[in-house]
Write a protein that binds this ligand. Structure first.
Ligand code: ADP
Length: 378
């Protein structure tokens, strides 16, 4: 069985998982990279720790059984529409995309470079968060602004969380026995995004040029009148960096009620806290709007799939967001929902509702192996 090491190198952490097929052989995380007092001064040191941990678990990085390394890369722009075998040229192109993802792509690249130094002989594959959404139409991808300017600056909808949307849409379609069916995926974690998928192809997605657009998230505002940004600058006297922080790090549930963890919000909700009530209703209202929008984009819907920490665990979010949509054929069974079943819609409802735990690492490993076998065949 092929062994794949999946590396997710973020700005301050490296997460890893070693897989043999779907079996997890080892996994872990090195965090606080570069922080004072942290043993990992940089990504090089962090990956050495990963190598040591793997060796201690009996799976040294130098093992001949290791088939490939799959790297998560956040932004593939319009350059990368599928997982890609890493070469010097590919690295250069990922570097060119840094302006589109200034926090993420450099960290992803740091992981790639160190891993290539450690195992230069091993095929390594970049799996892009944006790639699954590359099939959305120009109508869904284009912002209605000056076209020449938008093209020059690469301004368009890219979408993110693509490996999760790919995995969950496929699993959800399988779960209801409609592999070519229409799926709405609601990925609700700290970040949150929705997608409309038909026969395995993404038609639309809620995150945009950056992960800020769309649903209400833990700390991100999601959709907002863009004129608010101008107003904050002109009238509020805020700098671009301050507005960035306000919308990306101090917005969303945190900005609305002071808590970004949905478990804490739900506790306060149960105690009748009005700030938590407002935050929760804004969150669910936005979700419901996207369900309606993507219903219209798809025309018919076979299954709505909830995933991510909130989607997989919060029966209250699931039932509140989908309440009152019986006329669309969407009916959540309260008992199945609270019990945490895989299928939570009522028997006979036209649209099935499913809870599908996401597995981005497994999907990255799967896509990595696909690239390797394609390369070997080619
Ligand atoms: P990430 O986007 O970082 O991968 P996750 O998908 O793990 O994050 O989701 C994290 C979110 O899931 C947190 O906001 C947390 O509150 C929420 N969550 C986890 N468990 C529950 C639960 N039992 N009920 C409600 N929310 C939950």
């Amino acid at each position: 069985m092929s062994r794949v090491l999946v590396l997710n190198s973020g700005s301050s952490s490296v997460k890893y998982r070693l897989l043999s097929g779907a079996e997890r052989l080892a996994s872990g995380m090195v965090d606080r990279i570069g922080e004072a007092g942290s043993p990992a001064a940089d990504h090089g040191a962090a990956l050495k720790t990963v190598a040591t941990e793997l060796a201690d678990a009996g799976f040294g990085l130098d093992s001949p059984e290791l088939t490939a390394i799959g790297h998560r890369v956040v932004h593939g722009g319009t350059t990368f529409t599928e997982p890609t075998l890493i070469t010097e040229e590919v690295i250069k192109k990922i570097e060119e995309l840094v302006p589109l993802a200034p926090l993420h792509n450099p960290a992803n690249l740091a992981g790639i470079e160190v891993a290539r130094r450690l195992r230069p002989d091993l095929p390594q594959v970049a799996v892009f968060d944006t790639a699954f959404h590359s099939t959305i139409s120009p109508a869904a991808a284009t912002y209605a602004i000056d076209r020449e300017l938008a093209e020059r600056l690469s301004i368009r909808r890219y979408g993110f969380h693509g490996t999760s949307h790919a995995y969950v849409s496929r699993e959800a379609a399988r779960a209801v026995d409609r592999p070519m069916g229409n799926v709405i995926v609601l990925h609700l974690g700290n970040g949150a995004s929705a997608s409309a998928v038909s026969a395995g192809r993404c038609l639309d997605t809620s995150m945009g040029m950056t992960p800020l657009e769309g649903l209400v998230m833990g700390t991100r505002s999601g959709d907002l009148d863009p004129a608010v940004v101008l107003y904050l600058e002109r009238t509020g006297g805020m700098s671009p960096d301050e507005i960035d922080t306000l919308l990306n790090r101090h917005g969303g549930m945190l900005g609305l009620c002071g808590d970004n963890d949905m478990r804490a919000v739900e506790k306060r909700l149960a105690a009748g806290d009005p700030d938590a009530q407002l935050a929760f209703s804004v969150y669910c209202h936005r979700l419901r709007k996207y369900v309606g929008a993507y219903y219209a984009v798809l025309g018919t819907v076979d299954v709505i799939a909830f995933t991510g920490g909130v989607g997989e665990n919060s029966s209250l979010v699931r039932e509140t967001a989908l309440a009152g949509l019986e006329a669309l054929g969407i009916v959540v069974d309260p008992v199945r929902n609270r019990r945490g079943d895989r299928l939570i819609s009522t028997d006979g409802a036209a649209v099935r509702v499913a809870v599908i735990p996401t597995d981005e690492e497994l999907e990255i490993a799967r896509q990595t192996l696909e690239v390797i076998s394609r390369t070997n065949r080619g």
